[in-house]
Design a binder for this molecule. Structure first.
Ligand SMILES: Nc1ncnc2c1ncn2[C@@H]1O[C@H](COP(=O)(O)OP(=O)(O)OP(=O)(O)O)[C@@H](O)[C@H]1O
Length: 234
């Protein structure tokens, strides 16, 4: 069954180091779409994901998931994060320090599924660490656990904020490939924040560029990056 379309039409005043900036975002995100958000630091990409996840309230507007209204400022509706079935991994993710790696992944599941825990550990190259505590792991390994945890709850929507930043090139490529495979297959809608055009070209079907708090461009990554000479198309 297809996931519903996400409809976002919101405004939020951001308090930035250089003053106030109004973030205005209106878009429809299709079911099963792999969308990248691209923009300079401080443009509000993380805040946008947080609003979609229900962790930050927009000042005004509407967020809908199919027929379900998740946010409506006029009607005073704000559905809590735990009722949106969104998997997310933000830059400031924290693992539970007293739980093992497998425990961290298991804890994220809404319905217990040991086979999936094993698959995720395998997919992210973590099987050998499953009984370890997070403090024994490197930054890249911790990031992989956080990614596995975001996937573990079988979310309808997956929000990834710079999810591969601590991974080495080889691991980056292999995990990008696996994520793309697994989630296109399941038709999970995925929104990824990335500063890396090559990564966006590899992963995303559509890109939305944000500048000064507004959408300035949208299209396929090839269309949008066509002007950038530095990019090598694969
Ligand atoms: N709830 C909030 N209310 C008002 N301003 C906020 C709120 N949350 C974040 N901001 C501000 O909005 C600005 C944009 O932050 P955000 O983290 O969304 O940007 P970003 O595009 O994700 O940047 P980066 O690429 O560096 O992660 C920052 O200056 C931040 O201080």
């Amino acid at each position: 069954m297809e996931n519903p379309v996400i409809y976002i039409d919101i405004e939020k005043e951001l308090i930035t180091p250089s003053g106030k900036m109004n973030l205005i975002f209106k878009s429809e995100i299709a079911s099963g779409e792999l969308l990248a958000l691209f923009g300079a630091s401080g443009e509000g990409k993380t805040t946008l994901l947080r609003m979609l996840a229900g962790l930050t309230k927009p000042d005004k507007g509407i967020i809908k998931y199919g027929e379900k209204v998740w946010f409506d400022s006029d009607k005073g509706i704000h559905v809590a994060a735990q009722n949106r079935n969104i998997g997310f991994m933000f830059q400031d993710y924290a693992l539970f320090p007293n739980m093992t790696i497998e425990g961290n992944i298991r804890f994220a599941q809404t319905i217990p599924d040991e086979e999936m825990v094993d698959q995720l550990l395998e997919l992210f190259g973590l099987t050998g660490f499953r009984k370890q505590k997070p403090d024994k792991l490197s930054g890249g390994q911790k990031q992989r656990v956080a990614l596995a945890r975001a996937l573990a709850r079988k979310p309808d929507i997956l929000l990834l904020d710079e999810p591969f930043s601590s991974l080495d090139y080889k691991m980056r490529l292999s995990i990008q490939k696996e994520i793309k495979k697994a989630y296109q297959f399941k038709q999970t809608t995925m929104i990824i924040v990335s500063h890396d055009p090559a990564e966006i070209l590899r992963l995303a079907e559509r890109i939305i560029c944000i500048e000064d708090g507004a959408i300035v461009r949208t299209g396929t990554p090839k269309e949008v990056f066509a002007d950038y000479e530095i990019i090598t198309f694969e």
